[in-house]
Structures are given as structure tokens and as C-alpha cells.
Design a protein around this ligand. Structure first.
Ligand code: NDP
Length: 277
């Protein structure tokens, strides 16, 4: 009997994860025989649980909050984009048993912005909130779209400054704390903090937007997230959450694992249609 290939997502918390549903839909669409589960794994449990997963024959693993930097350390080899971002969301077991780490978050975000929402980043002023694993993963792909400038703001200002320094060769980028944001104006504000997961938003000044400004929360939820609501209340032309990014980064992981590129639009629409909006 052929064994079903095993995939999973690890994170903490993980109950909200839609990744199993998404990968199941990709598998049906492309006629692949796979199983994809989710498991609550905290940072201390990560190495032992991941080792066990691959020893038991697991083929591929997604890692989410707060595990991406641990996954980056865990991988035997890294793709160029994962090496650059120092954060890994996709681990793949090779035929020789070694584990490759990749990062599909950046391509997921940029594909969602450009293809699904027709938002071009070229020449825009962009504010990125947060300096954790997700921010690391998306910085290079954003800068490759040639924005006019990119400012990273973070609760721990030093982390934003350090991160900006690491990427300074790729474009106009700087880092700061939230209190230093005034009086600057942005075309796009991307929330890559995990504050949304607990219904909070970073302390932002009321006037941050250019006319037709866009808010994008990397987090997603059945109800509008606190940051999506903040955007709506502060006059954003569009205030979006990260459901599309989630599906697009999953499609890239599925492509890495199965060498097949699933169609994403129907999956995004199906997930969106069951939300309370
Ligand atoms: P990390 O744990 O690596 O980083 C968390 C970041 O959030 C840090 O910058 C931290 O600041 C900041 N933060 C946490 N709580 C607060 C708060 N209450 N107020 C202000 N800042 C806060 O998480 P990730 O970078 O991996 O993930 C960030 C978010 O992006 C999550 O919501 C995740 O779900 C989402 N995401 C969505 C994806 C998608 O496909 N849609 C893909 C990847 C991530 P400090 O440094 O000061 O601690």
C-alpha cells in the first residue's frame, strides 16, 4: 500500500491556522495524496518535535509564530531567500534525509499585493510595523519592488534599527521606535507584529496616511483584525488582512514540496466566503 505523504504546520498558538484546509484544497485540485496536520509546538519543544516529525517520515513542515528563527537554525541547508531573511517558514526533507529551509512569506505577500489586489509598491513610501520573523522574510521581496522608502517601526526600536541596517544595501530603509514616527506620511502600512493575535495594535499616531493609503495586516482572522479596523477608522482606501498572503505562501510551499503550482483564487474566495464580514 502506498504511504500517504505527511506534512504539518507547527506554531504556538496554532488553533486558528487555516493551513491544513488550504493544503487539503491544493491536494484535491492537483490530485495529490497527502495529509497535512497542525500541532501546537512552542519554541522550547521545537527541535525535539521537529526532529521526531522528520524521523517518522514527515516530508515537509511549515513553521509559524514564534518558530521561524528556530527553523532557520534547524535547517541543514538554506535557500538564498531564507539565508537572507534569517527566518524559515518551510522545511523540506531531501532524499538523503537532510532538511532544507526556505522562506515563502515574502513571495506570498508580494503576490497577494500585486496580483490579487493590484497594489504596486514602486515609488511608494512604506511603513512596516514589527521586526520579527515575518518582517525578516518580507523585506527583500518588498525592496525588490523599488519603493521610494521603507521605514521599519518596532516596539523594541533597536531590533528595527538592526534589521534596517542588515538590508540597507537593497534600498532606502531605516528603523525606529513608534514614538519617532510623527510626522511622517505613508502610502502603505504593513502590520507584521503579532499584536493582532491578541486583539491589540501598536501605538500609532492618528495621522500617518497619504490620501488613498493602504493598510495591510499580515495576520488574518474570521472577524476584521484590530489593525484592519484601525485602517478603516483612519481613512485607509483599502484595509486588508493576510488571508491572501497565507494562501499564496502556502502555494509556494506546496510547489516546493510537490513540484506543482496550485491555483489560489478559488481557495482564497472559499475561505473568505465563510468569514463574518
Ligand atoms: P515574531 O514573534 O517573530 O515577531 C513579533 C513581532 O511583533 C515583534 O516585532 C514584536 O515586537 C511585535 N509585537 C508583539 N506584540 C506586540 C504588541 N502588543 N505591540 C507591538 N508590537 C508587538 O512573529 P512573526 O514575525 O513570525 O509574525 C508576525 C505576524 O505576522 C503574526 O501575526 C503572524 O500571524 C503574521 N504572519 C502572517 C503570514 C501570512 O501568511 N498571512 C505569514 C507570516 C506571518 P518586539 O520585537 O518588541 O517584541
Amino acid at each position: 500500500m502506498t504511504r500517504t505523504d505527511q506534512y504539518a504546520v507547527f506554531g504556538h498558538p496554532i488553533n486558528h491556522s487555516k493551513s491544513p484546509t488550504i493544503h487539503q484544497q491544493f491536494a484535491i485540485q492537483t490530485q495529490q495524496n497527502i495529509e497535512y496536520s497542525r500541532q501546537d509546538v512552542n519554541a522550547d519543544q521545537f527541535v525535539a518535535t521537529t526532529r521526531n516529525f522528520f524521523e517518522q517520515g514527515g516530508c515537509g513542515l511549515n513553521c509559524t509564530v514564534p518558530l521561524k528563527q528556530r527553523a532557520w537554525q534547524f535547517a541543514d541547508t538554506l535557500t538564498q531567500r531564507a539565508s537572507f531573511s534569517k527566518a524559515v517558514n518551510t522545511l523540506t526533507r531531501q532524499a538523503d534525509g537532510s532538511i532544507v529551509g526556505d522562506n515563502t512569506d515574502g513571495v506570498g505577500l508580494v503576490t497577494d499585493l500585486l496580483s490579487n489586489h493590484q497594489i504596486q509598491l514602486k515609488s511608494l513610501n512604506i511603513l512596516l510595523l514589527g521586526a520579527g520573523g515575518a518582517s525578516r522574510g518580507i523585506l527583500a521581496p518588498i525592496l525588490q519592488q523599488y519603493p521610494n522608502k521603507l521605514v521599519i517601526a518596532n516596539r523594541t526600536a533597536e531590533k528595527a534599527i538592526t534589521l534596517a541596517n542588515e538590508f540597507k544595501d537593497l534600498g532606502s530603509i531605516s528603523g525606529c521606535g513608534y514614538e519617532e514616527l510623527r510626522p511622517q506620511f505613508f502610502d502603505v502600512i504593513l502590520n507584521a507584529t503579532s499584536a493582532s493575535l491578541s486583539g491589540e495594535i501598536p501605538p500609532l499616531p492618528d495621522t500617518l496616511f497619504e490620501e488613498n493609503g493602504i493598510c495591510y495586516d499580515l495576520a488574518y482572522s474570521d472577524e476584521p483584525t484590530a489593525f484592519v479596523r484601525w485602517g478603516q477608522q483612519h481613512g485607509a482606501a483599502k484595509s486588508l488582512d493576510g488571508l491572501g498572503m497565507l494562501v499564496e505562501q502556502a502555494a509556494e510551499a506546496f510547489y516546493i514540496w510537490r513540484d506543482l503550482r496550485p491555483k489560489t483564487q478559488a481557495v482564497i474566495s472559499a475561505l473568505d466566503s465563510v468569514r463574518n464580514r
